[in-house]
Design a protein around this ligand. Structure first.
Ligand SMILES: C[S@@+](CC[C@H](N)C(=O)[O-])C[C@H]1O[C@@H](n2cnc3c(N)ncnc32)[C@H](O)[C@@H]1O
Length: 266
C-alpha cells in the first residue's frame, strides 16, 4: 500500500482533539449511557441481533461507547482505534463501568501486529471507511478476523452524502475514490464552535468498490440496506423529520443518507 502515514498522523491528531470534546458532549450522552441508556441505534440493534456470548471485534471504536454498549448486551468485545486519547478514555470507561471489553490503540492496517484471535462478529459503524484509503486490505482484515460462519456488520453514511460540500449546497467531490480529500477543519460535529482545528484527510468509496472488496474476500452478503435518514444530527443543515431520524433540509426524501451491510464469512 502507498505510504499514507502523514495523513494517518494528521487524522489521529484531530481525533485526539475531538475525543476531548466528544466525551463531554450532549451528542454522545455519556452520562445517560453510564446511567443505563442505550446509545446504539435501532438500526444496528435490529440488524445485528442477539450478541449474548459472542466475541465481537469493533473496528474504529472511537472512545468505546458503542463497544461498551455491545458489552453490556453480553458480547465479549475488542475495540480498536487509531486515537490514543480515545482508547485511554475507552479503557477508563470500561473499568469505571465494570465491563470486560478490551481496547487496542493502533491503525487498523497494523492490527495483525497487535491481535491474533478469531471473532463471531466484526462490527464497524458511522464514520469509518472514509478514513481509510484502501478497502482491499480492510476487507482482507475483516475476513481474517472472522471465524467461518462469522458475521460482518456495518452501518455508515452513504457515499452520496460525501459528494456534497459541508453545507449541502452543491456537489463538490467525486462519488468514486479518485482523489485524496483534504479539508481544513474547525470545530466538530458535536460542537461546531469547539476549539479544534487541523487538516484532515479522507477518501470517498463507491458502493461497488465497497461491496466488491468484501465479496472478493469470501464474504457473502445477507443484506445491503439503504436509509433516507441519519440516526444522528451530525450534518449541518439537518432537520429531525421523525423521532431519531435526520435528513438534510431541502433534500428530504431525495438522497440516501445511510447504508447497512450484513455479510457472512464462508
Ligand atoms: C466517527 S468515529 C467512529 C464512529 C463511532 N461510531 C463513534 O461515533 O463513536 C471515527 C473513528 O475512526 C478512527 N480512525 C480513523 N482512521 C483510523 C485508522 N486508520 N485506524 C483505526 N482507527 C481509525 C478515529 O480515531 C475515530 O475514533
Amino acid at each position: 500500500m502507498e505510504n499514507h502515514n502523514q495523513y494517518f498522523e494528521a487524522n489521529k491528531d484531530l481525533w485526539n482533539q475531538r475525543t476531548a470534546v466528544h466525551k463531554d458532549s450532549a451528542f454522545y450522552n455519556l452520562a445517560g449511557f453510564k446511567a443505563g441508556e442505550q446509545v446504539l441505534t435501532p438500526i444496528e440493534l435490529n440488524e445485528v441481533g442477539d450478541v449474548q456470548g459472542k466475541k465481537m471485534l469493533h473496528l474504529q471504536c472511537h472512545f468505546g461507547m458503542d463497544s461498551l454498549n455491545w458489552a453490556r448486551l453480553g458480547a465479549t468485545v475488542t475495540g480498536v482505534d487509531l486515537s490514543d486519547k480515545a482508547i485511554d478514555e475507552a479503557r477508563q470507561l470500561n473499568s469505571e463501568m465494570g465491563l470486560n471489553a478490551k481496547f487496542i490503540c493502533c491503525n487498523i492496517y497494523d492490527l495483525k501486529d497487535h491481535l491474533d484471535e478469531k471473532f463471531d462478529i466484526v462490527f464497524t459503524s458511522y464514520g469509518t471507511i472514509g478514513w481509510l484509503p484502501d478497502l482491499t486490505h480492510w476487507a482482507a482484515l475483516i475476513s481474517y478476523y472472522l471465524k467461518p460462519g462469522g458475521i460482518f456488520y456495518m452501518a455508515d453514511f452513504h457515499p452520496v452524502v460525501w459528494m456534497f460540500d459541508d453545507e449541502f449546497t452543491r456537489i463538490q467531490y467525486s462519488y468514486e475514490n479518485r482523489e485524496l480529500i483534504v479539508t481544513e477543519n474547525y470545530g466538530t460535529y458535536t460542537d461546531r464552535k469547539a476549539d479544534i482545528k487541523g487538516k484532515e484527510y479522507s477518501w470517498n468509496h463507491s458502493t461497488s468498490e465497497l461491496l466488491n472488496a468484501l465479496i472478493k474476500q469470501g464474504l457473502q452478503l445477507q443484506h445491503y440496506n439503504e436509509f433516507m435518514y441519519s440516526p444522528y444530527a451530525n450534518f449541518t443543515n439537518s432537520i429531525e423529520t421523525s423521532k431519531g431520524q435526520w435528513q438534510i433540509k431541502g433534500l428530504e426524501g431525495k438522497i440516501p443518507m445511510l447504508y447497512s451491510i450484513r455479510a457472512v464469512k464462508q
